[in-house]
Design a binder for this molecule. Structure first.
Ligand SMILES: Nc1ncnc2c1ncn2[C@@H]1O[C@H](COP(=O)(O)OP(=O)(O)OP(=O)(O)O)[C@@H](O)[C@H]1O
Ligand SMILES: [Mg+2]
Length: 479
C-alpha cells in the first residue's frame, strides 16, 4: 500500500469514527432538548387542566387548585412561560413574577367560575430563559466541536506515528551502517515507499558488507605479501652477506696470523675481524626482526608464546634498556592460524618499539588471553601517553599499520590511557580478535605458501689470539 493511500484510508476511517461520535453527541443533545420541550408542553397541559379545575371548583377546593397552580408555575418545566392569576379585586392569587423578572407582553383572559367568582388570568413570558437555552446550545455545540477536533487530532497523530514508525527502524539501521556494522537487515514493511527504502538499504548494506569483506581479504593479502617480501629480503641478506662476511672474517683471521712480523698490519687485520663479527651480529639481529618465524626448521610460523618470548628477551638484552617488561600469554590451548599469529606478533613488536622510542616508561606489559571466542590483545605502559591520538595516527605509519592489521582480522584497535597509572597517563593499546575467523572470510584469503627455511649461518671459526705487538723503536726498520 502506498503511503498516500494508507494515510487517506486511515484518515477516512478516523473521520467516520469521529463523525459517529459527534453524531452520538448531537443525538444526545437533541434528546435533551426534546425532553425539555415535552416536559414544558406537559406542564402547560397540566396548567390548563388546573385552570379548568379552578373554574369548576367550589370555595372548598379553590385553595388547593390555586396551590397546585402555583406549584406548576414555579417548576422549571414551565421554562419561559409563567401564569399570573388575580381575583376581581386585583389580589394576586398566582404570581408570575416572584422575582420581578417577567417584563414582557402577555396574553390574558377572564375565567368565570361556577360560583360566579371572576379571575383574571395572564400567561406572561420572559425571553431570558430562551436566551439561556440558546446560550447553552451554543456552548454545547462548541464543546462538541472542540471534543471532535481534539479526538480527530489525537487519532491523526496516532495514525501518522503508526505510519512513520518504520522510519525509526530505518534510522537505527543507518546508525549501524555509519558505525560500519553492516550485519543489520530491515524486515519487510507494509508501506510501499518505506519498503522500497528498506530494500535499497538492505541491498546497500549487503554490498558494503561484501566490499568490506573484500577489503579485509585484500588487506590480509597485502600483509601476507609484506611478510613474503620480508622473508625474501631475509633470505637474500643471509645468503649474500652471511657468506661474504664469514669469508671476510676468515680472511681477516688469516691476515692476523700471517702479519705477526708487521704489528700495524696485524692491528688493522684484527680490527677488520672485529668489524666483520659485529656486522654479522647486526645482520643476524636484522634477520630475526625481518623473519621472527625463521627459527622453525620447516619455515612455518612458530607458536605465539615462543615468538613473544624471543621478542621480549631481545628487548631485555638490549644494552641500556631500563623498561621492565612483563609478558602474559594464555591462549587456553587454542592454536592460532599463522596469519593471526604473525599479526599479533607484529602488533606487539611495533607497540614495544613505540614504548622504547616514545613513552619514557618504567614498565610495560603484554597481555594476550583467550576469552570465549576471541583473543584479547593488549600492550600497556606507564609512560607519557600518546596525547592527541588523531594527530599521532596522522604522524606516522606504526599505529596505522597496527590499526590495519587489526581491521584485517575483524578487530578494532583501541588506543587510550593506561588503567591505574597514577599521575602519568600511560598508554594502552588493545584489540579483540574473533576466533575462529568466519568461514566465508577465510575462504577468500589465499594461504601463505610455506617459506623455505633459512639454512643456519655456519659457525664462526674462533679467532686465534693476537700475538703481542712488538715495541716499535724510532729509526729501526722492520725486517
Ligand atoms: N607508547 C607510546 N607512548 C607515548 N607516545 C606514543 C606511544 N606510541 C606511539 N606514540 C606517539 O604516537 C606517534 C605515532 O606512533 P607511530 O608508531 O605511528 O609512529 P612512529 O613510531 O613515530 O614512527 P614509525 O612509523 O616508525 O612507527 C609517535 O610519534 C608518538 O608520538
Ligand atoms: Mg612506531
Amino acid at each position: 500500500m502506498t503511503m498516500s493511500r494508507f494515510l487517506a484510508s486511515r484518515a477516512l476511517w478516523l473521520a467516520c469514527a469521529c463523525l459517529g461520535c459527534a453524531l452520538l453527541g448531537a443525538l444526545w443533545l437533541a434528546r435533551q432538548a426534546i425532553g425539555e420541550e415535552r416536559s414544558g408542553a406537559a406542564a402547560i397541559a397540566q396548567l390548563v387542566a388546573r385552570l379548568s379545575a379552578l373554574q369548576a371548583a367550589g370555595p372548598a377546593e379553590r385553595a388547593a387548585q390555586l396551590a397546585a397552580l402555583r406549584a406548576i408555575n414555579q417548576s422549571a418545566r414551565m421554562r419561559h412561560l409563567r401564569l399570573h392569576v388575580e381575583d376581581a379585586a386585583g389580589r394576586v392569587l398566582v404570581d408570575a413574577t416572584p422575582k420581578g423578572d417577567l417584563v414582557h407582553a402577555e396574553s390574558q383572559w377572564e375565567i368565570r367560575a361556577r360560583d360566579g367568582t371572576v379571575y383574571h388570568a395572564a400567561l406572561r413570558w420572559n425571553p431570558d430563559s430562551e436566551l439561556r437555552e440558546a446560550r447553552g446550545d451554543v456552548v454545547g455545540n462548541l464543546a462538541m466541536l472542540g471534543a471532535y477536533s481534539v479526538l480527530l487530532l489525537c487519532c491523526l497523530s496516532w495514525t501518522a506515528r503508526r505510519a512513520f514508525a518504520p522510519l525509526q527502524q530505518i534510522l537505527d539501521a543507518i546508525g549501524h551502517y555509519e558505525r560500519k556494522d553492516y550485519s543489520v537487515r530491515l524486515p519487510a514493511m507494509h508501506i510501499r515507499e518505506l519498503d522500497q527504502v528498506r530494500r535499497a538499504l538492505n541491498h546497500l548494506a549487503g554490498a558494503l558488507a561484501q566490499h568490506q569483506l573484500e577489503r579485509r581479504a585484500l588487506s590480509r593479502k597485502l600483509l601476507d605479501a609484506q611478510e613474503c617480501e620480508r622473508a625474501r629480503l631475509a633470505r637474500e641478506l643471509h645468503d649474500e652477506f652471511g657468506q661474504v662476511l664469514t669469508a671476510m672474517r676468515a680472511d681477516a683471521t688469516y691476515l692476523v696470523r700471517k702479519s705477526a712480523h708487521a704489528p700495524m698490519l696485524q692491528i688493522v687485520a684484527n680490527d677488520l675481524a672485529g668489524h666483520c663479527a659485529r656486522i654479522q651480529d647486526e645482520v643476524r639481529h636484522l634477520l630475526h626482526r625481518l623473519r621472527p618465524h625463521g627459527g622453525q626448521p620447516d619455515g612455518r610460523v612458530a607458536c605465539l608464546p615462543r615468538l613473544l618470548q624471543d621478542l621480549v628477551r631481545g628487548w631485555r638484552g638490549q644494552p641500556g634498556q631500563a623498561v621492565r617488561l612483563d609478558c602474559d600469554v594464555d591462549l587456553g590451548g587454542a592454536v592460532l592460524d599463522p596469519d593471526l599469529t604473525l599479526t599479533l606478533y607484529r602488533m606487539t613488536q611495533e607497540a614495544l618499539t613505540n614504548v622504547m622510542r616514545h613513552a619514557g616508561a618504567s614498565r610495560a606489559s603484554i597481555c594476550i588471553v583467550r576469552r570465549g571466542n576471541e583473543v584479547r590483545w593488549c600492550v600497556e605502559d606507564d609512560g607519557s601517553g600518546i596525547g592527541d591520538i588523531a594527530a599521532a595516527m596522522q604522524r606516522s605509519h606504526g599505529l596505522r599499520g597496527m590499526q590495519e592489521r587489526a581491521w584485517a582480522h575483524c578487530a578494532t584497535l583501541c588506543i587510550g590511557a593506561a588503567e591505574g597509572t597514577g599521575d602519568t597517563r600511560g598508554c594502552r593499546l588493545s584489540a579483540a580478535f574473533p576466533l575462529p575467523a568466519p568461514a566465508h572470510d577465510t575462504a577468500q584469503i589465499p594461504q601463505i605458501p610455506p617459506i623455505p627455511p633459512i639454512p643456519p649461518i655456519p659457525p664462526i671459526p674462533p679467532i686465534p689470539p693476537v700475538p703481542p705487538v712488538p715495541q716499535i723503536h724510532q729509526g729501526s726498520q722492520p725486517a
